[in-house]
Design a protein around this ligand. Structure first.
Ligand SMILES: [Zn+2]
Length: 236
């Protein structure tokens, strides 16, 4: 791919790329779009080559469809290490988290990294427990920020010529809002993020409600990055 020209017509990944509007609509953390979009990268052994794909929720959740497809290819039965990276518009639900856990138990040669744009029904205790279980199983989970949006744009989106550097700019506030809540989930703290929707005018409200336990348990660098606490300064 040549910088500034867009994915070339001969690019074998072209047919698997999604349109810019679809990427923006699916991954913008401010929009609570219904369906899940899953962008995936699979690497085998030490090969730097990544096999990329995109799946959407159908009658089944995108994560389950992905695992079934990979399992049916038969390559997971071999001894070769398989590294999977997912960019998910919504974090896995409780049922998917259970299925992912089972998939990883059956395939110990697989490692999984999940980047999420939003947390799915994050106050539901089954969903919260599911994410904790995944991390306990060794899954690395992180909220998408600018480098991930740029990576997805360049590798999964059918952007127009000259638009290689025009990925959607998401204000950092959204990354740290969801990062704070992900910390609450993983540390087994009560939710600190409240999302409410007014149906009559389709407005969504995001509100942070922090308790003492949040200040005490969430790592200081995370609180500092979000501007919720300030570095201690002494004057000489
Ligand atoms: Zn699910």
């Amino acid at each position: 791919m040549t910088s500034g020209q867009g994915p070339s017509a001969g690019d074998p990944t072209l047919r698997r790329r999604i349109e810019p509007w679809q990427f923006e609509a699916s991954f913008d953390p401010r929009q609570l779009r219904r369906e899940t979009c899953l962008l995936s990268e699979v690497q085998w052994g030490t090969s730097p080559r990544a096999w990329r794909g995109c799946s959407l929720n159908t009658a089944r959740h995108a994560e389950v469809s992905f695992m079934d497809r990979l399992t049916s290819e038969g390559r997971l039965r071999g001894p070769v290490r398989c590294s999977i990276t997912w960019f998910l518009s919504w974090s896995p639900c409780g049922a998917c988290a259970q299925a992912i856990g089972e998939f990883l138990r059956q395939h110990p040669n697989v490692s999984l990294v999940i980047y999420i744009a939003r947390l799915f029904w994050h106050v539901d205790e089954q969903n919260r427990q599911g994410l904790r279980d995944l991390v306990t199983r060794g899954v690395r989970m992180q909220v998408m920020s600018d480098p991930e949006f740029a990576h997805c744009w360049r590798n999964f989106v059918n952007y127009s010529p000259g638009q290689e550097a025009r990925w959607p700019q998401v204000p950092p506030v959204w990354t740290w809002l969801y990062s704070l809540e992900l910390h609450c989930i993983l540390l087994n703290l009560p939710p600190c993020l409240k999302i409410s929707r007014r149906h009559h005018n389709q407005l969504t409200f995001f509100q942070l409600i922090l308790q003492n336990c949040h200040y005490q348990a969430i790592p200081s660098p995370v609180l500092l990055a979000s501007g919720l606490i300030h570095p201690f300064v002494t004057w000489a």
